[in-house]
Design a protein around this ligand. Structure first.
Ligand code: NDP
Length: 449
């Protein structure tokens, strides 16, 4: 390994010993950009890597709220403003009981690279809280969001830092957060949050963008290998925002989606998933995916008990992990390869453990890496910001066309980079190198800051 990279990684491990997800994310990037670092020994003198992996700012804060029983509950809020190198800080908010500093730092770090790949002027950030919205009433969600924003508002702004949704934060939560921001600031500042409702400044296609974008990227990657989605069997983990709209677009392209999941288990419907029913259960009733088999008795339900998710035992051509980080273990990767998978499309951030990704690549499985393949959501968030600035709204077709172009361009960037560095079908390294090169050039140009 390049000596400079090794030194930076060793120091990073010493300083962040308890932050496994953050270490995993940084290690993946630094080990894959070695050819670039070898060509630029001057980066060591200006501590370019050290500066790129250190967040510009980490904010943590107390978030108290009163639940429906009248009890006061205290959560911890986070905002990691990782990099403003190429634009205002930009990245989602995650509300999930597992949220901690390591997870927000890994997500913020990945976001810098993803945002660079979109070609749009947005920096990288992430935030959230260890609050679990599942099972909470609307009133509780509103009170929590208001408390969260009462503190966060002093750190964000349309030209400063623009949060959006992620796990547990959808249109409902963005609405409550936006309402509180507007109330405190006493002005309409549409571009301060993205993923807003259409009635008060949101963009058409933002809701669909990550899922649709994932399938556009997959289409390009398959086409480059003389394949299409038509007639392919697809399994999709998760049944949230990314999973649902990936499913919708995959169905439009003629794929047969046979399985989806949530954190408690997965459904397998060999006749093809009834997406309207999944939307009703997850988007409207906020229920469990297991309810699917109540009206589709021919479908099967497998509970998620051990470490490996049961969905990856199902035979498929294309697997789309769209739930959470590290959901594909090495065991699951082996099972997928044994069952003949040809492509993996990462809708979730860092859904494969490092060894799983390596196993796929070693077995010539196509991997669409998260930083590239799920960039459609943030790209359309940037398009939402543009529309807010222009005070003008684009049609569904216009935004979808833009998304399609952006995802096609991201694939082209990965392909050109892979050709330049002789990486074959390793788009994981190609995406990292392409994004890093852009960021490193900006960093050199802006001096030691
Ligand atoms: P949602 O909250 O809408 O949905 C998340 C889904 O994943 C739910 O079905 C949830 O199940 C499941 N899930 C969450 N945590 C776990 C877990 N620990 N184990 C198993 N299943 C789990 O989130 P999104 O769809 O927005 O996000 C999904 C992934 O996509 C995340 O990795 C996110 O970072 C990434 N992403 C999202 C973008 C966006 O625009 N929304 C943009 C780019 C990436 P349950 O209902 O049981 O909790």
């Amino acid at each position: 390994m390049n000596k400079y990279i090794k030194k930076v990684l060793n120091r990073l491990k010493e300083k962040n010993i308890n932050e496994s997800e953050y270490l995993q994310a940084v290690e993946e990037v630094l080990t894959s950009i070695e050819p670039v670092i070898n060509n630029h020994p001057e980066y060591e003198k200006i501590a370019l890597l050290e500066r790129m992996i250190e967040p510009e700012r980490i904010i943590t804060f107390r978030v108290p709220y009163v639940n429906d029983k009248g009890q006061t509950i205290v959560h911890r809020g986070y905002r990691v403003q990782f990099s403003s190198l190429i634009g205002p800080y930009k990245g989602g908010l995650r509300f999930h009981q597992s949220v901690n500093q390591s997870i927000i730092k890994f997500l913020g770090f990945e976001q810098i690279f993803k945002n660079a790949l979109t070609g749009l002027p947005i920096g990288g950030a992430k935030g959230g809280s260890d609050f679990d919205p599942k099972g909470k009433s609307d009133d509780e969600i509103m009170r929590f969001c208001q408390s969260f924003m009462t503190e966060l508002q002093r750190h964000i702004g349309a030209d400063v830092d623009v949060p959006a949704g992620d796990i547990g934060v959808g249109e409902r939560e963005i609405g409550y957060l936006f309402g509180q921001y507007k109330r405190i600031k006493d002005r309409y500042e549409g571009g301060v949050l993205t993923g807003k409702g259409l009635s008060y400044g949101g963009s058409l296609v933002r809701k669909e963008a990550t899922g649709f974008g994932l399938i556009y990227f997959m289409r390009e990657m398959l086409a480059n290998n003389n394949q299409t989605l038509e007639g392919k069997t697809v399994t999709i983990s998760g049944a949230g925002n990314v999973a649902i709209y990936a499913c919708q677009k995959a169905l439009e392209y003629g794929a047969n989606v046979v399985a989806m999941s949530d954190s408690t288990g997965c459904i397998y419907d060999k006749n093809g998933i009834d997406l309207q029913l999944v939307k009703q259960i997850k988007e409207v009733e906020r229920g469990r995916i297991s309810e699917y088999i109540e009206s589709h008795t021919e479908a099967e339900y497998f509970e998620h008990t051990g470490e490996d998710s049961p969905i990856w035992n199902i035979k498929t051509d294309i697997a789309l992990p769209c739930a959470t980080q590290n959901e594909i273990t090495l065991n699951s990767a082996k099972k997928l390869v044994e069952n003949g998978v040809i492509a993996i499309g990462e809708g979730a951030n860092m859904p494969c453990i490092k060894e799983a990704t390596e196993y796929f690549l070693k077995n010539n499985i196509l991997v669409a890496p998260a930083k590239a393949a799920n960039a459609g959501g943030v790209a359309i968030s940037a398009v939402e910001m543009s529309q807010n600035s222009m005070r003008y709204y684009m049609t569904f077709e216009e935004v979808d066309q833009k998304l399609n172009e952006i995802m096609t361009d991201i694939f082209k960037t990965c392909k050109t980079t892979s050709d330049k560095y002789n990486l074959g079908n390793n788009y994981v390294s190609a995406a990292n190198i392409a994004a890093f090169t852009k960021l490193a050039n900006a960093m050199v140009a802006q001096g030691i800051v």
